[in-house]
Design a protein around this ligand. Structure first.
Ligand code: BES
Ligand code: MN
Ligand code: ZN
Length: 490
């Protein structure tokens, strides 16, 4: 779907969208319609009890020539960025497969909304049209998207810059959603890397470590997870140097388990297919790097994806195995299904030694316990630094990628002590998400500001959301993009 800015409302628009705020339909006046048509629209809107609530829609057919055209009233509520985003998403949700190729949206009535807010409405409209239909070869015509473009009249000043940034985010989200949606026979560590190669054309530097390289570096924790799989593990690094040479502002590290069977600690069969999206953290990192590159962010950012497949096999790691991580710390692997932390710990050690970031944010679909605690409304945030936590919470709130902070403490940390090695890879029954975070924290250098986002409940949705359909949400991309903008691009 395409969004185009045009200078005046075409006289023969077959579908005209008019935003209506909380003040209701009365505030719309004639909206440039003939007075009889305007009266019809007002009457129909009242009859349908349309009141301008954000994301609500009233569709009214009006006479035009010998036929009919649609006037679509789009509720924009109080006109906040969040309300406008909801409106944009709702518009596409309603008309994506409705049989019309184009909508004209006249923003003149939204005179108080700034460029950023309007860009957000339009970006949500575009993002909501994202689908992954590549494997549907027999899709009935009635299910196919028909909406090809939205033409925008009356956009506010400054829309060009705001739109460039919003489109960058949309591009990043699309990459993340594609990576998350692809099936695990298609998306595995090496093909994940290939799907990120195009970032080089945007100026992102890519380096990849294969298993031999990781073995030389002593990444026994990550490699232990991979050893039951015929797929070769990869450590993918993407570097965006928007400020030019110099210090790394922040490193993002993503869990990229392209399929998590649990390994020898095998998961139950029901619902195991969900574990194709156990690479959602890595997917978010890749999408965020793409968004930063597309909008040429003035920041130096590293994105690292630890990519492995967790399979049971004659060569798979066993419960009870002790592995040595790149940091030198030894780990008793009591449950091969607690594999994400084993992947992240080596990726984090590597990025600290190689790139010396002062701030690290890792993202992972790390624990089922996170979903028990927060459901599908917030990602869990864990941090060793209050200001970093606050920065991420604020970025989450501003973008809709909502986060909720959890505690870390020496008392929790003790729960992963092992009698035979430096630590074990699981705690007890309680506080499963926290002990997982404590585990990762043991690999973070004391002077590094570090946050861990457990996004297990957020990367995949069973029902449509503001700017996404059921399925991959792209969670993480917005909050990372915003965090970089607010903290490092000043
Ligand atoms: N990838 C899973 C966590 C997960 C579960 C994400 C369900 C999304 C939905 C992770 O690797 C895992 O299996 N964690 C275990 C840890 C346990 C063995 C300590 C879990 O949460 O059960
Ligand atoms: Mn697991
Ligand atoms: Zn996992």
């Amino acid at each position: 779907m395409q969004i185009r800015f045009i200078s005046s409302r075409p006289a023969d628009a077959a579908a005209l969208v008019l935003p209506v705020g909380k003040a209701g339909i009365a505030s719309l006046g004639d909206a440039g319609l003939e007075s009889a048509t305007a009266a019809l629209v007002r009457g129909a809107a009242e009859g349908a009890r349309f009141d301008g609530e954000p994301g609500t829609i009233a569709e009214i057919f009006v006479p035009q020539g010998n036929g009919a055209a649609r006037v679509i009233l789009l509720g924009t509520g109080s006109g906040t960025e969040q309300d406008l985003e909801r409106a944009g998403g709702a518009l596409t949700a309603r008309f994506l497969t409705a049989g019309i190729p184009a909508l004209v949206i006249d923003l003149s009535t939204l005179s108080t909304a700034g460029a950023t807010a309007v860009a957000r409405l339009l970006a949500a409209a575009e993002q909501r049209s994202w689908r992954h239909d590549v494997y549907r070869t027999r899709m009935p015509a009635s299910a196919r998207p028909t909406l090809e473009r939205i033409e925008v009249v009356g956009a506010p000043e400054g829309i060009d810059a705001a739109w460039t940034d919003a489109k960058a985010l949309t591009g990043g989200l699309a990459l993340t959603r594609t990576l998350v949606s692809e099936p695990p026979n298609v998306l595995y560590p090496e093909s994940f890397v290939e799907r990120c190669r195009h970032l080089e054309e945007l100026g992102v530097e890519i380096t990849v470590l294969d298993e031999a390289a990781m073995r030389d570096l002593g990444m026994g924790a990550l490699l232990g997870v991979s050893q039951g799989s015929v797929r070769e593990a990869q450590l993918l690094t993407m570097r965006w140097n928007g400020k030019g040479e110099g210090d790394v502002d922040v490193a993002f590290v993503g869990k990229g388990v392209t399929f998590d069977t649990g390994g020898i600690s095998l998961k139950p069969g029901a619902g195991m297919e969900d574990m194709k999206w156990d690479m959602g953290g890595a997917g978010a990192v890749a999408g965020a790097m793409k968004a930063l590159a597309l909008r040429k962010a003035k920041a130096n950012v590293i994105g690292v994806c630890g990519l492995v497949e967790n399979m049971p096999d004659g060569n798979a790691q066993r419960p009870g195995d002790i592995v040595t991580s790149m940091s030198g710390q030894t780990i008793e692997v009591l449950n091969t299904d607690a594999e994400g932390r084993l992947v992240l710990c080596d990726a984090i050690t590597w990025v600290q030694r190689t790139h010396k970031p002062k701030t690290i944010v890792d993202l992972a679909t790390l624990t089922g316990a996170m979903i028990i605690a927060l459901g599908n409304e917030h990602g869990g945030l864990f941090a060793n630094d209050d200001s970093l936590a606050d920065e991420l919470l604020a970025a989450g709130k501003a973008t809709g990628d909502k986060l909720w902070r959890f505690p870390l403490s020496p008392a929790y940390d003790k729960l992963i002590d092992s009698p035979i090695a430096d630590m074990k890879n699981i705690g007890g029954r309680g506080a499963g998400s926290i002990t997982a975070a404590q585990f990762i924290g043991r690999f973070v250098e004391p002077e590094v500001r570090w946050a861990h986002l457990d996004i297990a409940g957020m990367v995949w949705a069973d029902k449509p959301g503001v700017a996404w359909d059921k399925g991959a949400t792209g969670f993480g991309v917005r909050v990372l993009d915003r965090f970089v903008r607010d903290q490092f691009e000043g």
